[in-house]
Write a protein that binds this ligand. Structure first.
Ligand SMILES: *[C@@H]1O[C@H](CO)[C@@H](O)[C@H](O)[C@H]1NC(C)=O
Ligand SMILES: *[C@@H]1O[C@H](CO)[C@@H](O)[C@H](O)[C@H]1NC(C)=O
Ligand SMILES: *[C@@H]1O[C@H](CO)[C@@H](O)[C@H](O)[C@H]1NC(C)=O
Ligand SMILES: *[C@@H]1O[C@H](CO)[C@@H](O)[C@H](O)[C@H]1NC(C)=O
Length: 254
């Protein structure tokens, strides 16, 4: 006697059979007790739900496939697919053996091409020397001196056939101030020494400004953005002729 049939409900002269999850009744789901003392039709067999080996989509591989019931898989078993290199997976890489004895929707592996990535102005790009660039291929970018990339150096060809990022080269800033002591990354530096060759895109400095009434100083931030920096209007360049005057950077902070 198999224990797979979990319950038998006795309704006069008829029985309804129920099965545990993962099993099915191979045959009729209800049977009648006849005058001859026999079940009619025959009581069904209780059988495990199995799925045949899953079909492998084009350009895909099965990862670590181990059938758990002879050559078949059992209900709720899963298998995982992988695409061949440079093929992009569309859909779920994991499929499951269903109650119907078939697999959930199989994924697809598609060949995805990306256009050649453009060279950024004032910079360069490198990519594999191949006739076509495919999913997962990489491109690296750089800028000529005094220019700075506004993003990561490396981009990847994505599933959608576009590059993950196409950076541009941002210009550095020429400073319109000849001499000044400023704050740069928390340190006092001389602008004429630190930024002899200009400031790189994205760099930030703090200028010292004077509060004349209170005779103290405060700082105002300036930011180099693609070749442009705005000098705070409160900043006064200290003339070397006015040597008796105290520079804002030498006053106590307000
Ligand atoms: C279901 O029963 C039929 C008839 O007895 C048998 O041939 C078949 O193999 C059974 N199927 C399963 C999945 O056990
Ligand atoms: C599995 O499949 C192989 C090849 O088709 C066959 O020879 C073998 O008998 C099968 N094994 C079982 C347990 O069904
Ligand atoms: C992929 O399928 C598995 C098994 O059917 C499921 O557990 C999982 O949630 C699915 N993943 C996604 C992202 O849909
Ligand atoms: C599985 O089989 C059922 C019943 O035959 C069917 O309705 C369903 O579409 C099938 N599922 C897949 C993913 O083929």
């Amino acid at each position: 006697m198999e224990l797979y049939a979990t319950r038998v409900l006795n309704i006069p002269r008829t029985s309804v059979l129920l099965v545990t999850l993962g099993f099915f009744l191979n045959g009729t789901s209800s049977s009648k007790c006849t005058e001859e003392g026999k079940w009619s039709p025959d009581i069904p067999a209780c059988a495990r739900i199995t799925c045949p080996p899953p079909p492998v989509p084009k350009f895909a591989l099965l990862k670590d496939y181990r059938p758990s019931a002879g050559n078949n898989s059992l209900y709720q078993d899963t298998v995982v697919f992988k695409c061949l290199p440079h093929f992009a997976m569309i859909g779920n890489d994991t499929v499951m053996c269903t109650e119907q004895g078939n697999w959930t929707r199989l994924p697809e592996c598609l060949e995805v091409k990306c256009p050649f990535p453009p060279r950024p102005e004032n910079g360069y790009v490198n990519y594999p020397a191949k006739p076509v660039l495919l999913y997962k291929d990489k491109a690296t970018f750089g800028c000529h001196e005094t220019y700075k990339l506004d993003g990561p150096e490396e981009a990847e060809c994505t599933k959608t056939g576009t590059w993950s990022f196409l950076p541009t080269c941002r210009e550095s800033c020429k400073l319109p101030v000849k001499k000044a002591t400023v704050l740069y990354q928390g340190m006092r530096v001389k602008i004429q020494e630190q930024f002899k060759n200009g400031m790189m895109h994205g760099d930030k400095i703090h200028f010292y400004c004077k509060n004349k009434e209170k005779k103290c100083s405060y700082t105002v931030e300036a930011h180099c953005r693609d070749g442009t920096i705005e000098i705070p209007s409160c900043f006064k360049e200290h003339s070397s002729l006015a040597f008796w005057k105290t520079d804002a950077s030498e006053l106590t902070p307000c």
